[in-house]
Design a binder for this molecule. Structure first.
Ligand SMILES: *[C@@H]1O[C@H](CO)[C@@H](O)[C@H](O)[C@H]1NC(C)=O
Ligand SMILES: *[C@@H]1O[C@H](CO)[C@@H](O)[C@H](O)[C@H]1NC(C)=O
Length: 312
């Protein structure tokens, strides 16, 4: 364990150095944030329902945009850009997935998610995209159900993916029916959000409980998707799930700036065979270190120490 102080030093160093660079707030937003749909009226209406295609990046991002916007008033906004909203963690993670190619077809059939094909397409074969469905569609529909969106529960319909439709719920009632536990955890978060006596820490607790529930379900359903990836990427995916549980346990505050800073440590591209942290040349020291520590999934103590240094 003698090397721990060295690691924490490296991390703390990277962390404070990177924080110093934050001045230009608009750069913190996920890709295509500004041009994504941001109101229900930006979507098609069919038979009195808003129709959203969550398999198109800017439409899925639009759900987050509505979510972050309609929940803004529940957070203290010292600066006017809603940056204390703890729901920022979700769209920022999704933006990282998009920017790093993780939403594209992992079998590289050069269509869905590629510049040369349909760049905004989100592939149903992408493990990251399927995991994220449970962290976008479910929190969004639970918000509709809990009343924070100001529309009724049967007014939104999500379009199904081109295959494996039965793995995904498409509206409030079918999500409540298929994933009752997870939906009720998201609902509990929104109930506490609307309760003025809830503290910031209470809200983080309910948010992370719901988040972990979404991931627990999804990771069981989509385990087979990891076969499409290189070994390092598949194991990074598994380790990422474990790391999220540590973030949850530490009640990491998923505000705009904190999430942005956290994401600087995540791999800036998909991992390929031969990538071995901490020796990946095109990764920063911070990214190499984070990846190395993610790999030590059995060494819980190291992970705990790492997160403590990362988060403080
Ligand atoms: C929410 O969206 C409306 C309309 O698009 C916009 O005028 C408002 O500034 C947004 N609020 C926040 C807190 O982002
Ligand atoms: C919700 O979706 C299910 C199937 O996914 C459908 O049977 C049901 O009619 C839909 N409910 C509403 C209110 O749109």
């Amino acid at each position: 364990m003698a090397f721990l102080p060295a690691w924490t030093c490296v991390l703390a160093g990277c962390f404070s150095a990177s924080l110093a660079g934050v001045s230009n707030v608009p750069d913190l937003y996920p890709p295509l944030w500004r041009t994504s749909a941001g109101r229900f009226s930006d979507y098609r209406v069919e038979n009195g329902k808003y129709v959203i295609d969550p398999w198109v990046y800017n439409e899925r991002m639009g759900m987050y945009k509505i979510l972050v916007n309609t929940t803004a008033s529940y957070f203290e906004n010292i600066v006017a850009n809603n940056d204390q909203n703890i729901l920022w963690g979700l769209p920022l993670q999704h933006g990282w997935q998009y920017r790093t190619g993780r939403l594209a077809d992992p079998r590289q059939r050069k269509g869905c998610g590629y510049e040369s094909g349909d760049p905004l397409c989100i592939s149903v074969d992408s493990w990251w995209a399927d995991m994220n469905y449970f962290l976008s569609a479910l929190p969004f529909l639970a918000a509709v159900d809990s009343g924070v969106m100001g529309i009724s529960s049967d007014q939104v319909l999500l379009l199904p993916p081109p295959k494996d439709q039965t793995k995904f719920c498409l509206n409030v009632s079918s999500c409540l029916q298929s994933f009752p536990e997870t939906m009720s955890k998201w609902n509990a978060f929104y109930q506490h959000l609307q309760d003025p006596s809830s503290s910031f820490e209470d809200l983080l607790k309910y948010l992370w409980t719901a988040h972990v529930s979404s991931l627990d379900y999804a990771s069981k359903i989509f385990e087979d998707r990891l076969e499409y990836y290189s070994k390092p990427e598949a194991s990074f995916g598994r380790n990422w799930c474990v790391a999220v549980e540590y973030l949850a346990a530490s009640l990491f505050p998923t505000t705009l700036v904190r999430t942005y800073e956290y994401q600087k440590g995540l791999p800036p591209r998909m991992l390929v065979n031969g990538d071995r942290a901490p020796f990946i040349k095109d990764f920063t020291v911070f990214q190499n270190t984070v990846l190395l520590i993610y790999k030590q999934s059995k060494h819980k103590y190291i992970k705990y120490m790492f997160l403590k240094s990362y988060l403080n």
